[in-house]
Design a protein around this ligand. Structure first.
Ligand SMILES: Nc1ncnc2c1ncn2[C@@H]1O[C@H](COP(=O)(O)OP(=O)(O)OP(=O)(O)O)[C@@H](O)[C@H]1O
Ligand SMILES: [Mg+2]
Length: 245
């Protein structure tokens, strides 16, 4: 007789998501029946052409936008509003300009722990993201790449179950982008973070992802899901898929 072992649910489960927006001329169907799962510790990229609905999908997962159909589950529990179990890093860093780097990192975690714990947590994340020297700087006094490191540190300190990233390095120059990709990889693999990362850049997806979900447009739906084993082989395969869309 089977012991009926109950495997734990995936960290993120997106089931049958559809979404349309009403426009002057009628309804624009943006997402159609999008279903996928992300396991704990996995970094999954959602890759697709501009306008295919990637940001809309991320906002639905974050609870910032409601789907017309479908559900989002975190650890098997349905979620429909924003929560600190799902933190977002957008392309624009959205830091508080009047707070220093360390105050920005501490901001969301205030009240969750004692002052001394908070200080040591902030110091730890500043160190991890290479920002210790800039703790007392204001956002306008540091580079775009450094601001995105602050944006990353201030969500990591909240220890979200799922990290949601919408083209977070899209505005950076190529060199800073590669440095950020390496930093993100080293941190999320060390801390076993679960990440949904949006990009329209094949090279970026191949460089960081365990799996890549490729989306087609009009309406946005999953065209294929590719596991990254050999990076060069996956790169040419993804380019071929993207060209065929
Ligand atoms: N709030 C909204 N109201 C009306 N239409 C919207 C809204 N949000 C998104 N759209 C439309 O939905 C479609 C998908 O937008 P979305 O921003 O999700 O695409 P994307 O894949 O993230 O594109 P990009 O790569 O350019 O960021 C677009 O046609 C966009 O104009
Ligand atoms: Mg977008």
């Amino acid at each position: 007789m089977s012991l009926g072992l109950n495997p734990s649910p995936p960290t993120l489960s997106v089931k049958g998501i559809s979404k349309g927006f009403s426009e002057k001329g009628g309804e624009l169907q943006v997402l159609s029946d999008v279903t996928f799962e992300i396991e704990r510790g996995e970094l999954v990229c959602v890759l697709g052409p501009s306008g295919c609905g990637k940001s809309t999908l991320l906002k639905i997962v974050a609870g910032l936008e409601a789907p017309d159909e479908g559900t989002v589950e975190v650890d098997g529990r349905a979620v429909s509003t924003p929560g600190s179990d799902r933190c977002v890093v957008f392309q624009e860093d959205a830091l508080f300009p009047w707070l220093t780097v360390s105050e920005n990192v501490a901001f969301g975690a205030r009240g969750r722990m004692s002052k001394s714990e908070l200080k040591s947590e902030v110091d730890g994340y500043l160190d991890m993201t290479g920002l210790s020297r800039f703790a007392d700087y204001l956002p306008r006094e540091i580079s775009g790449g450094m601001r995105q490191r602050v944006a990353l540190a201030r969500v990591l300190i909240l220890k979200p179950k799922v990290l949601l990233m919408d083209e977070p390095f899209g505005a950076l120059d190529a060199q800073s982008r590669e440095a950020m990709q390496r930093l993100l990889l080293s941190i999320v693999k060390d801390l076993s973070h679960t990440v949904m990362f949006i990009t329209h850049d094949v090279a970026e997806a191949v460089a960081i992802a365990d799996r890549v979900i490729v989306m087609d447009r009009s309406p946005g739906r999953i065209s294929s899901i590719v596991t990254v084993e050999d990076q060069a082989e996956t790169h040419s395969r993804l380019r071929a898929i993207m060209h065929s869309l």
